[in-house]
Design a protein around this ligand. Structure first.
Ligand SMILES: NC(=O)c1ccc[n+]([C@@H]2O[C@H](COP(=O)([O-])OP(=O)(O)OC[C@H]3O[C@@H](n4cnc5c(N)ncnc54)[C@H](O)[C@@H]3O)[C@@H](O)[C@H]2O)c1
Length: 350
């Protein structure tokens, strides 16, 4: 019931490009997940009913669901009123993107396999904003049932999803000559299959919102990589999974355009300040120093300099750089199926 009906009602209540937040008032143990869309007769009845809901209404009743609260967010920013879901949000790019979206006025669901990490991050965001702007949800992108449960939780909490940032990803570098198949398969499962599963869980929610509000557009943005645009030496599993992600992005864009969903990818350069590179025990800098991957490097600073010197702009990518691209893609109504490099000139499109 909820996964289909609440997003549809949210769309029916749209004012211009703004959709309200809808919160199911109590626990609904009997409200079973429903994969089938609301039928046309109910849709027409709801269209009339919700067109007549007073502009200052703060709640309505729905059969089988009980009370649903209606809330119009009052904060201001580039993402005001948007409900965003960010996967892989317990640390790194995902956490910083979620933090930036909340600062820009969005309600943000932080989804990750790291349950403790997302809960802590969501608590910090909520106390920092003095308002409920964040929700921590547990989801493993390699297990579709956990994604469905997370989406259901978000829909009960805010009524729908306007922006998906498909960010969860892992790296397991290795030579094709001897990399264990398990490593190759895990990278493919998280980065490639996991992206497919995440879109499969979220796109039907956005499609229902669009059915209710045909003029509103919604966004799926994959955090891809420069390694989705050019090969990566001794890192074929990762690069292959990211190239595949761009194939999915282009194909989803073609299919989902009729549901008002734009699908784009951002391809960042190396996030040298993030934990993947800079973690003092397990980060790539210390790993590459120990393994001698960078000839002549004697310190972590030498390894870092080696990677910075590959970038025409002389530095690594930051979340701020990624946010410029993310807001551009959200703001631009006439762009879908693109893979946008954010690499300081390291990768240039032909
Ligand atoms: N770090 C970089 O230099 C860089 C550069 C370009 C693109 N990227 C891409 O950015 C994204 C984030 O990278 P990062 O550097 O922030 O990584 P990170 O390792 O710092 O964080 C990844 C997060 O994803 C979560 N995660 C891992 N497997 C998951 C799963 N199965 N389901 C749900 N969550 C899962 C982890 O718990 C973690 O919180 C990835 O897709 C990566 O490929 C990273």
């Amino acid at each position: 019931m909820i996964e289909q009906s609440l997003p549809l009602i949210r769309g029916l209540l749209a004012r211009g490009s703004h959709l309200p937040l809808l919160t199911v008032a109590g626990d609904q143990p009997d409200a079973k997940p429903d994969a089938s869309p609301v039928d046309d007769a109910t849709f027409e009845a709801w269209r009339t009913r919700f067109a007549n809901l007073p502009a200052d209404a703060t709640e309505f009743e729905l059969d089988g669901l009980g009370k649903v609260q209606v809330y119009w967010p009052a904060r201001y920013g580039r993402a005001t009123g948007k409900v965003a879901m960010v996967t892989g949000a317990a640390q790194g790019f995902g956490l910083e993107i979620a933090t930036a979206l909340a600062a820009a006025g969005a309600q943000v669901a932080l989804a990750d396999i790291n349950a403790e990490g997302v809960q802590k991050a969501a608590d910090q965001l909520n106390s920092g904003h003095g308002d409920e702007v964040a929700l921590g949800v547990v989801a493993d992108v390699t297990r579709p049932e956990t994604l469905k449960a997370a989406v259901s939780q978000i829909v009960r909490h805010w009524g729908g999803i306007d922006l998906l940032v498909a960010n969860a990803g892992i790296v397991r570098a290795g030579s094709v000559m001897d990399q264990p198949m398990n490593d190759f398969e895990r990278v493919t499962q998280v980065n490639y299959t996991g992206y497919f599963a995440t879109v499969q869980a979220v796109a039907p929610v956005m499609a229902q919102q669009h059915r209710g509000a045909p003029k509103c557009l919604f966004d799926i943005i994959q955090i891809n990589s420069k390694s989705g645009l050019v090969g990566s030496n001794r890192n074929g599993a990762y690069a292959g999974s990211k190239f595949g992600g761009i194939g999915l992005t282009q194909s989803f864009a073609l299919e989902l355009v009729s549901y008002g969903i734009k699908v784009n990818a951002i391809c960042p350069g190396n996030f040298l300040d993030g934990p993947l590179w800079s973690d003092p025990d397990r980060g790539l800098f210390v790993q590459y120093l120990r393994s001698g991957k960078v000839p002549g490097a004697k310190t972590v600073a030498d390894v870092r300099h080696h990677y910075e010197s590959k970038v025409p702009m002389g530095r690594g990518c930051t979340t701020d750089d990624v946010m410029h691209a993310l807001f551009y893609l959200m703001d631009q109504p006439y762009e879908t199926g693109q893979a946008l490099p954010v690499t300081g000139g390291q990768v240039m499109l032909g």
